[in-house]
Design a binder for this molecule. Sequence first.
Ligand code: SF4
Length: 66
Amino acid sequence: MTKIKKIEVDKNKCIGCGTCAALAPEVFELDKNNKSTVKNTSNAKLETIKLAADSCPTKAIKIETE
Ligand code: SF4
């Protein structure tokens, strides 16, 4: 099974639309500046994270797998 090594949000690209947090609330949340942050990767399911990354309108989410 592919494991997630790292999830990163490029805050310069994030426009705070909230899509990633809606799709994967256990992983992403919006910070006080309305930018997405990764709060927890341990419960992250690769398919869900991929969906969130693909759904990001500015492609701000990068996933590294091992
Ligand atoms: S989907 Fe992309 S632009 Fe929208 S909040 Fe998440 S990282 Fe930011």
